[in-house]
Design a protein around this ligand. Sequence first.
Ligand code: GAL
Length: 378
Amino acid sequence: MIINVSKLTFTSLLIALLTTVSLAGQLTITQQPWGQLEDGQQVVIYTLTNANGVKARITNFGAHLVSMEVPDRDGKIQDVTLGFDDVEGYVNCDSYLGATVGRYGNRIAKGQFALYGTKYTLAANNGVNHLHGGIKGFNKVLWASKSFLKSDSVGVVLTCLSPDMEEGYPGDLTSVVTYSLDNDNALKIEYEAYTDKPTPINLTHHSYFNLTGDARNTILDHELMLAADHYTPVDETLIPTGEIPVVEGTPMDFRAPEKIGARINDDFQQLKFGLGYDHNWVLRNQSGSLMLAATVYDPQSGRLMEIMTTEPGIQFYAGNFLDGSIIGKNNQPYNYRCGFCLETQHYPDSPNRKDFPSVILHPAQKYTHTCIYRFSVK
Ligand code: GAL
């Protein structure tokens, strides 16, 4: 199955001369070669551009979002994501900058779970726990990819086949991720997956955003709103305790917009365990329909990002592990809290929590998940 992926990629590279498709001078997509992996596989990068000059760049290596260029309130277009200038950066990165995360976003306690009486053991790649799909997660594989152009959006469909027991997970799993950009400045990410054996799945997107467009700034002045009345507290290894308390009266309350930095260093046990915000919020919308989950506003640039999702949870991570050791785009060191992630998801450690919404995908079922990052100014 992996061979299939390589073949598809190779075929697409035979026509990997720069190709540009455009519709009415509005939405365009460009495909270019973007280096090669150690095993010789060729990587490509797509540039999606809309009528407003907004650009999203996506590579088939790890299905990463490489950059997202959006205007500020004066019309100045800047990249609002952290990332790298070349594919080597993504090959060597362990912090999931811009990544598609799978099979399971976030942590599974002690890398273990049981399903229909069988015990499965996954890599403990985050202390004693399993994180973001393991040692070689979906962010480290080359996806088959194909671009498309419609009347109202432009995008890329990426497909990855994960064989039975890869990273310890049961079932041949086919995942399809579709990125599309429209003229409303919305980047939509749609996920689909199919399996031939029951298996846990929790795909998510891991861009680090800095809406100032300059990663030398921290994100502490950004104003965050989360459409959540509850969250899932964690233990000191960041595994949910199982409780689902209200956010009211705690620094976890983002029901009304609040600066990320306002309470991040408060003397609150959960913020000590997370070294700041690094938690799953339980979204008010548990219906599976697409609803507003979060907004982030940067008063300096006027940029506003709205996040809509069908998922029941969202991980808000404030870049607490960034320490300047990652050198990103334009040789910029990524310092403490210079980017935040908002990952739409099911709750961490759900395979071990019967009381959390189920993450088990069965044969003949289809996994779906939609997440939209929409950009405007105010
Ligand atoms: C986040 C997670 C953090 C950290 C980060 C990657 O999704 O919540 O704890 O692991 O990914 O560095």
